[in-house]
Design a protein around this ligand. Sequence first.
Ligand code: ACO
Length: 357
Amino acid sequence: VAVADTKIAKSGADGSLIYRGYSIQDLFEKSTFEETAFLILNGRLPSRKELAVFTSRLRRRSHLPPEIYKVLRTLPRGAHPMDILRTAFSALGTIERGLSPDDRKISIIAKMPSLVINSYRVVRGKRPVEPKESLGQGANILYMLRGKAPSAFESWVMERVLILYMEHDFNASAFTVTVVASTLADVYSACTAGLAALKGPLHGGANEAAMQMLTKIGKAENAAAYVQQLLAAHEKIMGFGHRVYKTVDPRAQLTKQLLRRLVAETGKGEALYDLCEAVEKVVWELKKLPANLEFYAAPVFHILGVPQEVDTPLFACSRIVGWVAHYDEQLQDNRIYRPDAVYVGEKGLKYVPISER
Ligand code: ACO
């Protein structure tokens, strides 16, 4: 059901995806995180000067305020990183009340990598690592995670995945953000709700679930039996299927190419690549479901050394850009969302006092 007009992005059943009119393949090959973010937020590619100003604004706002660390230190050690992130992000909204609407948007996009990685680090009892203003969004994620600078190639790989994750029209989390925006709540509230929607395994949580499944299957020879068993039990195969893409998810294809390159360049994960291909082949043969972005993003993150439970928060690091664009678009021509539902319950019941029940 079409619920709105949007100029931000469009995914098509033919396996196409555009951001503001540009194909995902073009942006994946030629753009950067910051340039694609500018495009999604402003509806056009930036000039050199605009990009420099935007990038410098982001980097200057990438550090977390000390109050966030105080909140993080009160959370239980074993908490899931997505719950930690949602809590820390919501807390940020209580701290940045004085910022202008424009600075708020820059701030939340800029702070996401540090929120994701440092909230994970602190709650696991590690010291935070300050983001480096000389690094881009992708490189900073790996730098804060490892405490040392990643190679240029690894940074490039991480940035490609972030570009693919950045926006996807009216997916569940973006729609959630839009509904909250339509009540005129602030952008922190709307994106906290977006994080809550993203967490579920049918949406952003699928990358972590796909990696857990791949770990369980273990090797390519086990793929067919494992998938058959899941299908027989009517269970979902994580990282497969999509509401829009019925034959191919273009983001999964691009991430698969990336995985192949990562394996070739680093010499790590050859067996994991074979396992992914075997699962993809058998799921297509038995159920005609295509792999989605989550299925191939998970092994890329794994080879880059990202802990499985940080996979979904990393999705948020990039999708925050799309959420902010949807928040803005909703407010440009706002009317509160108030859908109808078909009532299928009982009618005309007579109230019986509790003493007589
Ligand atoms: N494993 C097994 N069966 C599936 C799967 C799957 N991953 N996906 C769909 N199906 C089945 C459905 O149960 C349904 O079967 P039926 O006709 O026998 O009842 C049939 O395929 C058609 O399903 P759709 O209508 O295409 O699925 P829907 O649009 O409702 O759901 C969704 C899409 C949620 C993504 C689903 O495919 C799914 O649960 N996938 C696994 C979770 C996942 O990978 N989510 C990530 C989505 S992409 C993203 O967030 C970036």
